[in-house]
Design a protein around this ligand. Structure first.
Ligand code: DX5
Ligand code: ZN
Length: 227
């Protein structure tokens, strides 16, 4: 499963975002979205400080890991102090931990945090928000396994896609090696997925576009998102 991150996929990977799943039947929804063709699960962690919402903590990741031992868990830390949470989420079973460039005081700070994640034996990701200049992330992309471009302001699922962020994809994609992935998150649906693929993104996060629809449609939706 870790090969998901280290080899360039022939077709984009689809990462259902469980934020939009039914938390009362989380493992069941998560499993069904993988059966329907999802390649990995995107897990949104919100601290009520970096973003104005709360979501879930390491206990939920631990339960998902138990229920789905083989799944790749892509854990997106929308938190002000990510370093405090790397070990708890790694211990819980995360395969990848991403944090925001906006919480980094310097390029070196971002590289240091990346090193801490790597030392835990987990893949590394760096995230950039829509209002943040792409120049902020470019100097550090070489260090990470994945670069995540937010296509909504983070905090909530089901928001409208911000097309201006596609330029960030076009800037970052040519800089990446075959063992680095470029992910987009927020407002990805049947119309916007194609724009994202054309801009060079090879991991597409989709929350409400999948879990917000009846389960018998997920296979067809994921097929269309993949293109
Ligand atoms: C937004 C989260 C996203 C969210 C995407 O703060 O980072 O991962 O789940 O949801 P949709 O696909 O509904 O925009
Ligand atoms: Zn996310």
């Amino acid at each position: 499963m870790n090969d998901l991150m280290s080899t360039k996929p022939v077709q984009p990977l689809i990462a259902p975002s469980i934020l939009a799943a039914d938390f009362a039947s989380l493992a069941d929804d998560a499993w069904a979205s993988l059966e329907a063709g999802g390649d990995l699960l995107h897990v949104d962690i919100m601290d009520g400080h970096f973003v104005p919402n709360l979501s879930m903590g390491p206990a939920v990741v631990e339960s998902l890991r138990k229920a789905l031992p083989e799944v790749f868990l892509d854990v997106h830390l929308m938190v002000s102090d990510p370093g405090a949470y790397f070990k708890p989420f790694a211990d819980a079973g995360a395969n990848l931990l991403s944090f925001h460039i906006e919480v980094c005081e310097s390029e070196q700070h971002a590289r240091d945090l990346c090193g801490v994640i790597g030392d835990l034996g987990v893949h590394t990701g760096i995230v950039i928000n829509p209002p943040t200049d792409v120049e902020r992330v470019l100097p550090v992309v070489d260090a990470f396994d994945l670069v995540l471009v937010m296509s909504v302001n983070p905090g909530f699922g089901g928001q409208a896609f911000i097309p201006e962020v596609l330029d960030k994809g076009r800037r970052i994609a040519p800089l990446l090696r075959d063992d680095q992935r470029l992910e987009i998150d927020g407002g990805i649906g049947l119309e916007t997925a194609e724009l994202a693929r054309q801009a060079g993104f090879d991991v597409l996060v989709a929350g409400s576009a999948v879990y917000g629809k009846p389960r018998d449609q997920w296979g067809e939706i994921i097929r269309i998102l993949r293109g």
